[in-house]
Ligand binder design. Structure first.
Ligand code: BTN
Length: 253
């Protein structure tokens, strides 16, 4: 599927979770760059302990990375994945997607793709499984009722099915290109990320420990955290692992 690529791309028609299985393969020695794709998932995992709806028609892909350097450096890889998804859907489906901080990919203000990065450190070496779920050819009725207003797919937005193999190939090639640049300079993709990210300048609801507080999103910092201003004027940098950010008007706005 991806000519010239040395690391393997595995495909299974149905798995519980590509992230779960690739993490297991990583612990057993799978190589840097290994990719695992499933046609559907029965236990798709999302951020903050949530699930990820994964019926047939979506692209469910996990990539194993074994980056050099300290574990903190790897924290920006999920933002890199969001940039890769935007490029891949532009190439394969002709649409301009955007990023909602930290790494949801939106199309027309609705969630098109979710990204879950899971890392482990063993003997001082970090490994990261970057899981990407793109709602490619899902119909509106494939989403549970409660997601229909906030989630979308390439099919619902363009009216045309996308070639899943072409989308996967595009995404893998783009991830390979971006991660190679990232290895030399971890900030290489940040300018593009900031261009794609629609969160700064918006009022957001920061959900932390069960409570929601309004804030104004100011900017994405170099390390990937989000600078916000609280109503009392204080500013704070919030990290992606600790909060969920909701728009005040809808999913993104
Ligand atoms: C989120 O939106 O909360 C993140 C969703 C990440 C879903 C992808 S699908 C491929 C990979 N395998 C999983 O179980 N999760 C990720």
């Amino acid at each position: 599927m991806v000519p010239g690529r040395s690391a393997p791309v595995f495909y299974e028609s149905c798995l519980d979770s590509t992230n779960r299985l690739l993490k297991e393969m990583a612990a057993a020695g799978a190589e840097n760059g290994a990719v695992l794709i499933a046609g559907r998932q029965t236990g798709g995992r999302g951020r903050l302990g949530r699930g990820f709806v994964s019926p047939e028609g979506g692209l469910y892909l996990s990539l194993l990375l074994r980056p050099e350097g300290p574990p903190e450096r790897a924290a920006s890889l999920s933002a890199l994945a969001a940039v890769a998804v935007c490029r891949a859907v532009r190439a394969a489906a002709g649409v301009e997607a955007a990023v909602k901080w930290p790494n949801d990919v939106l199309l027309h203000g609705k969630k098109l793709c979710g990204i879950l990065a899971e890392s482990a450190v063993e003997a001082g070496k970090v490994r990261v499984v970057l899981g990407i779920g793109v709602n490619a050819n899902l119909r509106r009725e494939d989403f549970p009722e409660e997601l229909r207003e906030t989630a979308c797919s390439l099919l619902t937005e363009t009216g045309r099915p996308v070639d899943l193999d072409a989308l996967a190939g595009e995404l893998i090639r783009t991830l390979d290109t971006l991660t190679a640049a990232w290895a030399a300079d971890a900030g290489a993709f940040l300018e593009e990320y900031r261009r794609l990210c629609v969160t700064p300048g918006r009022e957001v609801l920061v959900l932390r420990g069960g409570a929601g507080r309004r804030a104004l999103a100011l900017a994405v910092n170099d390390g990937g955290s989000l600078r916000v201003r609280w109503p009392d004027g204080r500013e704070e940098d919030i990290c992606s692992g600790e909060v969920s950010v909701r728009g005040l008007l809808g999913y993104a706005e």
